[in-house]
Design a protein around this ligand. Sequence first.
Ligand SMILES: Cc1cc2nc3c(=O)[nH]c(=O)nc-3n(C[C@H](O)[C@H](O)[C@H](O)COP(=O)(O)OP(=O)(O)OC[C@H]3O[C@@H](n4cnc5c(N)ncnc54)[C@H](O)[C@@H]3O)c2cc1C
Length: 479
Amino acid sequence: MPKRIIYWFRNDLRLHDNEGFFKATQDAEEVIPVFVFDTRQFQQLDRLGFPKTGTFRAKFLLESVQNLQDNLRKKGGNLVIRTGKPEVVLSELAREYAAEAIYTSKEAAQEEADIETALSKKLKVDNVDFEVFWQSTLYHPRDLPFWVSRIPDTFTEFRKAVEKLTKIRPTFATPTVVRLPEGIEIGKIPEIYELILFSSLPVSDARGVLPFHGGETEGLRRLKNYFWDTDHLKVYKETRNGLLGEDYSSKFSAWLAYGCVSPRHIYEEVKRYEAQRGANESTYWLVFELLWRDYFRFITLKFGSRIFKVSGIQHNILQKWENNQERFQQWINGKTGVPFVDANMRELQLTGFMSNRGRQNVASFLAKDLHLNWTWGAAYFESQLVDYDVCSNWGNWNYVAGVGNDPRENRYFNIHTQATRYDEQGEYVKTWLPQLANVPAAKIHQVWNLSPAEQKTFGVQLGNDYPKAIVNGNKWLKR
Ligand SMILES: Cc1cc2nc3c(=O)[nH]c(=O)nc-3n(C[C@H](O)[C@H](O)[C@H](O)COP(=O)(O)OP(=O)(O)OC[C@H]3O[C@@H](n4cnc5c(N)ncnc54)[C@H](O)[C@@H]3O)c2cc1C
């Protein structure tokens, strides 16, 4: 039995169903849990003018790390905190504390995989073992009925095959005791301004769907609330396209992205709920959506860095995209003059969250109506979303931009149709664009057509209180 193992926490900030951490506590006499704030993740993207990680996500991460440290302390352990490049910091720690191995979770995307490779190289020369555990999906890639390189190009084909042929592995137990060696220097969780220069904690907006506090404890509380306390799971399929409030969908995404909650734990809770309160289409649908999450992870494994390129998974080098900063800023700031797009972009800017319906529409608008370089949109989401997940974000953007691997998924969103269907009364738009509060429901989703007299009556002057539309919105009315 090795005497000492370092467990490197990455996007698996939890103690329940954490195979790598569980095994570390079993395999070694002493375990040193470590989290490294990777400085590269917080750098400013000079070309685009925002940081790679924005303040909503940074706050959520800081809270998640704090909660993990608290939970480890309750088990007799602690969480060692460092800031720097993980591959350098961890190899030095292994030397300093004479660790015989480093265990960690395996990531799907290129940057993260490159760090694993660099760390593994450094450890080899010091004779330190390195073991990685895949633990971010419902289905384990080794259990899939096909090689990752042969994952079907359509989600439906993938889903049908795995639902029929693959079993979801059971969850791992939470370790009861963590034995930390004596004399370890713990370090300190940084302040947000030490990660993102000149930043401060974001102010919470009362209109936001949830306050989103990071950490395993809060994530499990949200699960209990959504499933057991309020029974919202029972009607998920009917409500999931909503736009306002905490109840229309699970809001699990941020906790899933940082691994505060395990998808297999959610699955087991769905099964327990079905056994106790009944199965229906809604209980199935939540697992169905988690399968989309799995799919984008496997697609990332299959296509590697192609998901980040403007030519996309399709390697479509013929399509031209515009790099127009002025239009991009109008999109970011919710100043396109298309209320449904602007309301969603304001929500994202002020809270770090946007519904799935909103994401599909604003992404389609950027790529298909403004013809802007879709990777800029994806990069802004990466910075701004509290629930940013590399595979789900870049994978979904590939699909909406029409450069994904499934040609049938190449859809165009008619923004007016979508707005009138999902925000019939204009309640959502009015929440985020209060200057349109007096515009009647029948006109709110085409304010660009308001006559000067109507503008006067409804107390909104186009070009002054609210922008004139930057596209011809009437193309959506000719269906
Ligand atoms: C352009 C675009 C970018 C996106 N970027 C992200 C991202 O960075 N991170 C992220 O977690 N999701 C992303 N999504 C997917 C989806 O919008 C969010 O997962 C969802 O809105 C989160 O809210 P929820 O947890 O209440 O979802 P629910 O409707 O309650 O769904 C439950 C869970 O299923 C998963 N899920 C649902 N829909 C999708 C989907 N289309 N793709 C992948 N997983 C899904 C999520 O983990 C979600 O938490 C993106 C979608 C689009 C169209």
